[in-house]
Ligand binder design. Structure first.
Ligand SMILES: *Cc1c(COP(=O)(O)O)cnc(C)c1O
Ligand code: SF4
Length: 356
């Protein structure tokens, strides 16, 4: 679990060129994934770990070749052994339905390709820009809307990231930069620190936001160096976690996030509404309660994006609205996430009742 990255900052400073060099990846230091390499990548190994056999599960267990199984052992340990219906297992193990084409489900459901001013940048909404800083994720989630994302075209090579930073430096109407991916926290602390420093040098940027599943999936990811990078920059930071089920939150998460909270980092969560994972009222109540206990507020509950291979996770809109109504009847308003659908071309996430 040790992260051997040293914070290169705060001890004598670096030239802008050096910061840029590290920020964009021209640096031999290892990534978080290399540090945290205890990952299960075969269906057989995962089932063995859980005391399941192929006979317990539907016939086709082959994950799509372009989106292979990937489960860190730290996450596998939170899956209930012997339960083929486990909501965490369902998020990572390919279902046989995955390979069946479903009308309306395609490779790029959000038409992201149309919002790419330069490779590695998504600019859809006023004032916010999303920077794809890596294609790597610690875990492969079967419902992922970027599962067919052409990372090879957008792969943040040093040259591309450098060009993206140059572009961003010119966009004076952008006030918030969002690090995304892949999972941005799969980058090494050294990379992240340099990236954040390079961004902080752009005076028009007021806020930094990171969307990540890593703090949920890999306990220990919030290293002191990362905390320092998130709290020492001149701006306010927002960390949006991605957890879909209460059992995904490790008991130590709250303690790990506490220094961020104390330093004023806003901690939010977004979830995707998933059939068989979190589509019952009790699941949603438990998730909101568990998030709050860890110091995190629910932000969005997304209707599934219609990405090919994920149709079996879809919850019909009317059912989603009824669930959300019931949730409002059970929890204080601040623990009820906004139920939204992303509609290609809309200027923001759309409340589901407006998207019908
Ligand atoms: C979702 C998203 C955002 C952030 O939207 P908020 O409503 O501000 O959370 C920004 N850019 C892109 C491309 C997005 O998909
Ligand atoms: S961590 Fe996020 S980007 Fe990565 S596979 Fe899961 S949902 Fe997709």
């Amino acid at each position: 679990m040790a992260d051997h990255d040293d914070n290169p900052f705060g001890r004598g400073g670096m030239s802008a060129g050096e910061v840029r060099r590290i920020a964009t990846g021209a640096d031999p230091m290892g990534t978080w994934e290399q540090v945290q390499a205890d990952v299960i990548t075969s269906v057989e190994a995962l089932l063995a770990e859980l005391g399941l056999s192929a006979a317990d599960l539907p016939a086709s267990l082959r994950a799509a070749a372009d989106f292979p199984l990937r489960v860190p052992r730290s996450y596998a340990q939170r899956i209930a052994p012997g339960d083929p219906e486990d909501p965490l297992l369902r998020q990572v193990l390919a279902a046989p339905e995955e390979v069946q084409p479903v009308p309306g489900y395609g490779p790029d459901p959000l038409a992201e390709a149309a919002h790419t001013p330069v490779p590695g940048v998504l600019h859809k909404y006023h004032g916010r820009v999303l920077l794809v800083v890596t294609g790597a994720c610690a875990v492969h989630c079967r419902y992922c809307f970027r599962r067919h994302f052409p990372y090879s075209e957008h792969m943040p090579t040093p040259e591309r990231l450098s060009r993206a930073l140059d572009w961003l430096a010119q966009q004076t109407d952008v006030s918030e930069v969002i690090l995304s991916g892949g999972d941005p926290l799969s980058l090494s602390d050294r990379r992240l620190s340099a990236l954040i420093e390079a961004l902080a040098a752009m005076p028009h940027l007021k806020r930094l936001r990171i969307h990540s599943r890593l703090p949920v999936v890999i306990p220990g990811r919030m290293t002191p160096t990362l905390q320092e990078a998130l709290t020492s920059a001149r701006w306010q930071s927002v960390l949006v976690l991605h957890a879909n089920h209460a059992r995904e939150l490790s008991p130590g998460l709250g303690a790990e996030l506490a220094p961020l909270r104390q330093a004023g980092v806003t901690l939010l969560n977004q979830a995707v509404l998933l059939r068989g994972v979190n589509d019952r009222l009790a699941d949603q109540v438990a998730l909101s309660e568990a998030l709050f206990a860890s110091g995190v507020l629910p932000y969005y509950l997304h209707q599934l994006d219609r990405v090919a291979g994920a149709a079996h996770f879809a919850v019909p809109d009317q059912e989603a609205l009824a669930l959300h109504r019931a949730l409002r009847g059970r929890l204080p308003g601040y623990l009820v996430p906004r139920l939204v659908r992303e509609v290609a071309g809309d200027e923001a996430k759309t409340p589901l009742h407006e998207a019908l």
